[in-house]
Design a protein around this ligand. Sequence first.
Ligand SMILES: Cc1cc2nc3c(=O)[nH]c(=O)nc-3n(C[C@H](O)[C@H](O)[C@H](O)COP(=O)(O)OP(=O)(O)OC[C@H]3O[C@@H](n4cnc5c(N)ncnc54)[C@H](O)[C@@H]3O)c2cc1C
Ligand code: FES
Length: 413
Amino acid sequence: MTASLLLAVLSGAILIQLAVAICISALSRRGVATEAPIADIDAAKPSTGAWPGWREFRVARRVFEDARRTQCSFYLEPVDGAPLPAFQPGQFLTFKLPVAAAHRPDGQGSITRCYSLSDRPDEARYRVTIKRVPAPREQPQAPPGASSNHFHDRIGVGDVVLVKAPAGRFILDPHADVPAVLIAGGIGITPMMSMLRWSLEEQPQRPLLLYYGVRNGGEQAFKEQLSALAAAHPNLHIEIAYSRPGEGDVAGRDYRHLGHVDIDLLRRTLPHGRHQFYACGPPPMMQSLTAALRDWGVPAADIHYEAFGPASVNREPVAPPAGRADQALACEVRFRRSGRTLTWDGADANLLDFAERHGVTVESGCRSGGCGSCETRLISGTVGYEHTPDHDVAPGHCLLCVGAPQSPLVLEA
Ligand SMILES: Cc1cc2nc3c(=O)[nH]c(=O)nc-3n(C[C@H](O)[C@H](O)[C@H](O)COP(=O)(O)OP(=O)(O)OC[C@H]3O[C@@H](n4cnc5c(N)ncnc54)[C@H](O)[C@@H]3O)c2cc1C
Ligand code: FES
C-alpha cells in the first residue's frame, strides 16, 4: 500500500468516527430534551380518536326514541366526508355549543357537553341520543338544561355542530367472554345501546343481560329496537323495570318488574357464576348499586360504571389512591384568577373535586380526563395523573379532573 493510499484510508476512518460521534451526541441531546415535566409528556400522547381538536359534523337525521319525545337521537356525518375512526363501545363525544354558560354573568361564551355514542361503530356516521333536561322540580323558575334544550329546540337536520373525537374509559371489555350485565337507569341506556349492538355483532356467543329501569312506558327509549334485538339474538336477555307505570302500561307485557333496578332484583334474577357489570344511571342508583355489588362480593375489577356529568357525581371526598395522600399532604395550591390559596390535604381524589369543594368555579364535562373541559393553565408546579388522560393536554396546562399535585401549584383558574 502506498503512503498516500494509507493516508486516505486513515482519514476516511477518522471521518467515519467523527460522524458517528456527532450522531451519538445529537441523539443523546434529544434524549435529554424529552425529559419533560409530566404535563408535557402527556401532551405528546396521541388521542384515542383520529382527529385533534374540533371537527364539523352535519346532522343527517333526528329520531325521537321514546313515546314522550324527550329523548332524541342525532345522526352526525362529518362535513369533510372522510371516514370516521372506530370507537370503543361505551365511549362518548364532546360537543362545543354556542350557548352562554350559566355561570357567565355576561351571557357570553360557549358550553361543552359530553354525549355517549348510542350505536355501534360506523365509519359514515355517529349517533348520540340526548334527553331534554328540564329545570329541577324544586326550582321550576331556574333555566332548563342549556345544551340538551339547545339540541332539541335549535339543532335540526342540516345544522353543523363542533365535535371532539370519541373518548372515555367506560368501555365494554372486548376480550372477556364472561356474561356482561348492562344496567341502565333512564338516559343511561345510551352507552348500553352501543355496547350491546357491538357485542351482538362482534361477540355473538357472549351472554348479555340488559337491566333497564325507567319511570314508565312513555320514557322507555329504543323500545322496538330492543325487542327486535332480543327476538333475533337468543344470547340477549332483557329485564325492564318501571318505577311508576303509566295507565296504559301492562305488567308482563311492557315491563317485568315494578320498582327500580337494585341489588335485590339482580340477586333474584341473575344466573350463578361470574359476570362483568356495566352501570350507567342516576346518582341514587349508581351510588347504591355499585356499593351493593361490592358487598355482594363482586370484585371491583368486574364493576364498571359511568356517571353522566357533575350532577351525577358523588361529591363526598373520595379516598385518594394508595400512596397519593402521603406524597401530597400539606401542599399549597393557588388558584390565581379566583384569588384563593388553599391547602391540598389528600382528602380529594383530584383537583376538580378539591376546587369545587372550596367554591372555586371551574369548567368541567366528563370528569374522567376525556373531554378537556377542565384543562387549566399550570403556571408553576407539577401535576401527576394516575392514568395518562385520554385528552391531549396542551403544553403548560393540566387536567383538574384526573390530576393531583405533586408539588405546590399555581393554577390559572
Ligand atoms: C360521559 C358523559 C356521557 C353523557 N351521555 C349522555 C347521553 O348519552 N345522553 C344525555 O342526554 N346526556 C348525557 N350526558 C349528560 C350531558 O352531558 C349533560 O350533562 C346533560 O345533557 C345536561 O346538560 P344541559 O346543558 O342540558 O343542562 P345544564 O345547563 O348543565 O343544567 C343542568 C341542570 O341544572 C339546572 N340549572 C341550570 N341553571 C340553574 C340555576 N341557575 N339554578 C338552578 N338550577 C339550574 C337545569 O335546569 C338542569 O336541570 C353525559 C354526560 C357525560 C359526562
Ligand atoms: S372534565 Fe373532561 S377532561 Fe376534565
